[in-house]
Design a protein around this ligand. Structure first.
Ligand SMILES: [Fe+2]
Ligand SMILES: [Fe+2]
Length: 303
């Protein structure tokens, strides 16, 4: 019999799968730069036929660096949101606050893991990789939106991370085992986050009028458009990182193709894979079929 998630069960599960950073990354656990890190469905390097196989591998690593950088950025942004939601009102489930505090503690640990990855990556990759920022300003701009729209945003991200691992990473044996292990352990804890955030989202949505839900969906789309601007900037940074790493300059035509393919790849990775996610759409549809339809309407631009 399938049991509905509740705060107590999710916290129990969290405790069961909990891991330590030292078990995932460290001097004995080095990444193998002769292998790709990121699945092709996200990296989309194969479409860039003007790059050699070795150059495409470099781009894969640059994209992997940006992939975890983006999760670090997003998790830095949402950590205060979760902390704000943690206090419970009298009469609410007594497991609610401990479960949300556990959720916040895991995100803080993930941020630390991503920082350690960045250090290990820098030691193994010849050259510097640029990344958008400053994280504080990006986070503040996102958090300027309503709590309900932020709950939708967190839900989308949590579900996307979960499916990324199951759909694209788990069965890909070409990937570096160390990087894959990092994604696997992140996913193990994110599985609970997606369900926890759904409980919080349902809680907030139950207190909102239909027009407030509609407004929150529009705000969520504004956050998406804001982040899409960041992804366009990141694509330019990746282009510069690649040219530095391969010690050659691409032609104008090649650069234009790079930006076209890679910006869309970034869109799919961080926005489209959330907007197409059945778990996310299912939760939205439960609250408002119109909200689900609105998300499905904008999804194709990000796929
Ligand atoms: Fe996380
Ligand atoms: Fe998370």
């Amino acid at each position: 019999m399938k049991m509905e998630p509740n705060y107590e069960r999710l916290m129990e599960m969290s405790k069961r799968v909990n891991w330590r950073i030292e078990d995932i990354i460290g001097p004995e656990k080095r990444m193998d730069f002769s292998k790709p890190f990121l699945p092709e469905s996200f990296a989309r390097t194969g479409e860039l036929d003007f790059l050699t196989a070795a150059e495409r591998l470099k781009l894969n690593h640059i994209r992997a660096f940006g992939y975890l950088g983006m999760f670090e950025l997003v998790e830095r942004c949402i950590l205060p949101v979760i902390e704000d939601l943690a206090p419970s009102a009298p009469g609410q489930d007594t497991h609610r606050t401990p479960a949300l505090l556990q959720f916040a503690a895991e995100e803080a640990k993930h941020i630390e893991l991503f920082v350690r990855f960045r250090q290990a990556f820098t030691e193994g990759f010849a050259g510097e990789c640029g990344f958008i920022g400053p994280a504080d300003e990006i986070g503040a701009a996102v958090r300027a939106h309503s709590p309900l729209s932020l709950a939708i945003f967190v839900l989308g991200i949590e579900w996307a991370t979960q499916r990324h691992y199951l759909d694209s990473v788990h069965d890909d044996d070409t990937l570096d085992p160390q990087f894959k292990s990092l994604l696997k352990h992140h996913w193990m804890e994110e599985s609970q986050h997606a369900k926890l955030d759904a409980l919080v989202f349902f809680e907030l949505a139950a207190r909102a009028r239909p027009d407030q839900v509609e407004q929150a969906v529009e705000e969520f789309l504004e956050i998406g458009a804001f982040l899409d601007g960041g992804l366009a900037q990141q694509t330019q940074l990746d282009l510069a990182s690649l040219e530095a790493a391969i010690s050659r300059t691409l032609s104008e035509r090649e650069r234009a193709r790079f930006v076209e393919v890679q910006h869309q790849a970034q869109r799919w990775t961080f926005l489209g894979s959330a907007l197409r996610n059945e778990g996310f759409l299912g939760a939205m549809g439960k609250v408002s079929p119109a909200a689900r339809a609105r998300l499905e309407q904008v999804a194709p631009a990000f796929c």
